[in-house]
Design a protein around this ligand. Sequence first.
Ligand code: PMP
Length: 437
Amino acid sequence: TNVPNDLNAFWMPFTANRQFKKQPRMFVGAKDMHYTTSDGREVLDGTAGLWCCNAGHCRPKITEAIQQQAGELDYAPAFQMGHPKAFQLANRLVDVAPDGMDHVFFTNSGSESVETALKIALAYHKVKGEGSRTRLVGRERGYHGVNFGGISVGGIVANRKMFGTLLTGVDHLPHTHLPDQNAFTRGEPEHGGDLADELERIVALHDASTVAAVIVEPVAGSTGVLIPPKGYLKRLRDICTKHGILLIFDEVITGFGRLGSPFAAQHFDVMPDMITTAKGLTNGVIPMGAVFVSNEIHDAFMNGPEHLIEFFHGYTYSGNPIASAAGLATLETYAEEGLLTRAAEMDSYWADALHSLKDAKHVIDIRNIGLIGAIELEGIAGEPTKRAFSCFLDAYERGLLIRTTGDTIALSPPLIIEKSHIDQLVDTLRTVLNEAA
Ligand code: PMP
């Protein structure tokens, strides 16, 4: 495949290819655990694309379902009619969702799922006659996509500083990266409650009757893999319940098997009121997202007299046929291959392999949960991100795709990963780290 020389028209400020102008790096093919590069090399996918290709790449069942659907019924407007596959997919999704979540709202991305959930939260309180509940609570270092609501509740200051006040009435909980946590979270004593109690402080500051919802990633992914201390999410749940505040889990990354259960809600045994998803829903192949809502929320809207007029929300592509077909084939693939629980089976091999890197150069912390890993490096003074980014480039040259965020290497391989791939991944990283300046 020819790689174009002119890279200016496709404008995405942070695509790495802006730094590779003289020698663009591109993927031209993919199969299962591997990408093929434009210079004809195989690269092991250590990140499932962007945390999304949970079943690996170009899986025939998914590809064929898309092709067939595209030739049979390409588009149908859900606003007027709909088509069978969107309803079938919704049924299949609620089968794997936590108990008490029997309804989904289709979107087209993680960012849209977040916006949808925030709007549902505010609208729900209105429908219940508690319209004063308009405040939202996010968390420092939380990532909830790039739209206005998502960056408002998100905890990355750099992402919102250009945009003034955005959504008003937003507070942020402290992030959950504890210096003494050092990853092997199994067996640690419960100590997350104190951190979650920060929510009580925020509620007390304003008055509980003004707070609509709290949104958190159960495991913060793209800001460096921050695993909550034991008991943290449960305490958040308890505080929300006590004050009538909705709890939203943003499971765009953790959904669909990443932690060894369909959703993080099941892994942590904490039931939120809504779950936002995307990515793994269609194996990352076709843009699609879904917001799972509790029956309580669904019924509040649908049993009320004016629900449809009160809550106008939906997208041209909500539950579109091709994405629905891809979603159905993805869920079938996950079920046939046991992928929604595979991360639990691989957990100890993955953990041991990652932690064997603790003596590699520059490593200051290693964290793991399910099939997620993080290797935090000591940064170069005054040049944050430089060391990790050079590791990213070197790993790529050595046939491994990783992701970096700040000076942390983040890993989230396809759930079909075998032990031999894990060995290769860790061996490559050991070489990369030990040779890094
Ligand atoms: N929420 C979380 C937790 C995410 O990780 C992401 C994407 N990395 C998003 C939302 C946004 O998803 P999208 O890029 O599909 O809009």
